[in-house]
Design a binder for this molecule. Sequence first.
Ligand code: PGA
Length: 248
Amino acid sequence: MALRSFFVGGNWKMNGNKESLGELIGTLNTATLDENTEVVCGAPSIYLDFVRSNLDSRIGVAAQNCYKVTKGAFTGEISPAMIKDCGVDWVILGHSERRHVFGESDELIGQKVAHALESDLGVIACIGEKLEEREAGTTEEVVYNQTQVIAENVKDWGKVVLAYEPVWAIGTGKTATPDQAQEVHEKLRAWLRANVSDDVADSVRIIYGGSVTGANCRELASQEDVDGFLVGGASLKPEFVDIINAQA
Ligand code: PGA
């Protein structure tokens, strides 16, 4: 456990404006945050510069997506080089909304992971099964396949955080129970042990996402293989501070 410091990511998605995000930044900047927890806020791309300029440097910033090459004729896209140029060190890739609303394939997500890591960004790589997949008993198969494609594109796991986010729990208020989260996290760690290495299995943070709140975070955080959270809705509220401090 000591190998893996707690990691809490906020995923603001397509929410907020300079006024409301400025207020949230003010709250985070003045809050008492567990020093043992690594905190990263995923901001809309148009606000990355604003957020990085205003958020205290003890808190990291992430883009919520990026493209798989440095530059070129890709209207509407942003590159890891541009993200780095704004002083931002992380990117969220493979989020279920990218997969299922925007139709991103495993292959594209893998290419993005490889390029982001080559560009020296940290990657929060998201995986997770849909409700019908869980009900059909294919959760393991789905998350192992998604992890496999990510793993094929990772050379240095030191800059990767794996986010297990069951799609049925995202934005639904239906959190996975601590047992359900622990079960999948434990299996993912065993998968990393069998398919990557002992070192990677022991050191990679596997964080949980899906309706995490101030009220349910402590019990989830107490699970052995839950190394933190990726938080959507609650990361826009002052209770995000309680989630950051879930292990304090
Ligand atoms: P939620 O979102 O916390 O609002 O369920 C989590 C996520 O999509 O990362």
